[in-house]
Write a protein that binds this ligand. Structure first.
Ligand SMILES: *Cc1c(COP(=O)(O)O)cnc(C)c1O
Length: 413
């Protein structure tokens, strides 16, 4: 098979070569548990503390405020359930928005079933939350405000520092899901005003299955895991030493390479937007045009299914063609007929939400690979549109779609 072009880095990134190298000894000769007192254990303990220092440095925090977890999903669950439980006597109202990641929305739904009251605020057409709306939603029983830093699907960067100021003024705990931003753009817990902040290792060239929760001193929170006394008795379980060493090394590398990565990837991003606008008709760009992640491109193509494009690109039929991996907010084949809740929250009609593609780049991507992927996307879009009984060239409204019928997989594939 020809070398694939991986453009789904918002889902996960390749673990960096330097990261793998740093992890290797902690899987092989230095396999001790940090909870043991002999030398093999104390070496591991030291490695964890070094990683904690490195990750803390990346987000302007103190090492003692970093707690290692299995990833952003755990950190988000811990932040939400832990604060809710610790402050249950004070109040049971939490503020979030409709375009959050499932690892935020699902723990909130769980709390809702147990009697908490959740405000899911709307976002605007670019996916931005309105800080004034957050202000207005605050009640005497509000105990937590949670927002994503940058949306994983459309890349929009939220006005987090502004929300942080509101939370501080009202003395409400403020959680930021920074899974998409840490290691990619500057994140400083103090200037954001975050009391809790979630981090995922595999989103910035670290390994999978490791992350962290920043917990500002004094934040009241109950543990999610009970057991041993690891992480100051706040997160029980034997440490994932290789993973923690890996996220520490990924943080160290990110501090050095971030500026260059931002410049390179935002250039590529703007190049891709200009290219698709020039070369593919009837598209709509999703997410804020400038207040967005450097590595995120998202647009909808009228008249076709995002999933059909995604699958055609990943299984190219032409001799010698390279597979291209992208993502979509539509998932017909997997049996989920609902398009992405995030695209719907922007106010996109269902047919445009179904036609969305996300291209998310990595720091090592080249202009040649991007050009190859763009030509492939344009060719597949043209082929699918030629076969589509519903697409009318230049028909901006896609009127042939029956909105109420939702996703029409048959017609598009
Ligand atoms: C990837 C991601 C998560 C989940 O992180 P894991 O470490 O894979 O559990 C949560 N939120 C956002 C915004 C993400 O991009």
């Amino acid at each position: 098979m020809q070398k694939a072009i991986f453009l789904d880095n918002a889902a996960t990134t390749r673990t960096g070569a330097g990261v793998v190298k740093a992890m290797q000894p902690w899987l092989e000769q230095n396999f001790g548990s940090p909870a043991t007192l002999y030398s093999l254990g104390s070496q591991a303990k030291q490695a964890i503390e070094d990683a904690r220092q490195s990750l803390a440095g990346l987000i302007g925090a103190e090492a003692k405020d970093i707690f290692f977890t299995s990833g952003a999903t755990e950190s988000n669950n811990w932040a939400i359930k832990g604060v809710a439980e610790a402050l249950a006597e004070k109040g049971r109202h939490i503020i979030t928005n409709q375009a959050e990641h499932h690892s935020i929305l699902m723990p909130l739904r769980y709390l809702e079933k147990k009697g908490w009251d959740i405000s899911y605020l709307p976002v605007d057409g670019d996916g931005l939350v309105d800080p004034d709306a957050i202000s207005a939603a605050i009640r005497p029983d509000t105990v937590l405000i949670t927002t994503v830093h940058a949306n994983h699907e459309i890349g929009t960067i939220q006005p987090v520092a502004e929300i942080g100021r509101i939370a501080a003024e009202k003395k409400i705990a403020f959680h930021v899901n920074a899974a998409q931003t840490v290691g990619h753009i500057p994140v400083d817990v103090n200037s954001l005003g975050a009391h809790l902040l979630s981090i995922s290792g595999h989103k910035f060239y670290g390994p999978k299955g490791v992350g962290a929760l920043y917990l500002k001193r004094g934040v009241r929170i109950t543990p999610l895991f009970h057991g041993g006394s690891q992480e100051k008795k706040r997160r029980a379980g034997t440490h994932n030493v290789p993973g923690i060493v890996g996220i520490g090394e990924a943080a160290r590398i990110a501090r050095n390479s971030m500026d260059a990565e931002i410049e390179k990837l935002s250039g590529l991003r703007d190049y891709i937007f200009a290219w698709v606008e020039k070369n593919i008709e009837d598209i709509r760009i999703n997410g804020h045009r400038t207040r967005r992640l450097p590595n995120n491109v998202n647009f909808s193509l009228e008249g076709i299914e995002g999933e059909s494009i995604m699958l055609s690109l990943s299984y190219p039929t032409a001799e010698g063609a390279r597979p291209v991996f992208i993502s979509t907010g539509s998932a017909c084949v997997s049996g989920n007929l609902e398009p992405s809740h995030i695209l719907l929250a922007l106010g996109l009609p269902a047919e445009l939400a179904h036609g969305s593609v996300r291209i998310s780049m990595a720091k090592e991507d080249t202009r040649e690979d991007i050009d190859y992927a763009l030509e492939a996307i344009a060719a597949v879009a043209e082929r699918l549109r030629n076969m589509s009984p519903v697409y009318k060239r230049g028909d901006k409204k896609c009127t042939a779609f029956d909105k109420s019928a939702g996703c029409d997989c048959e017609a598009a594939s």
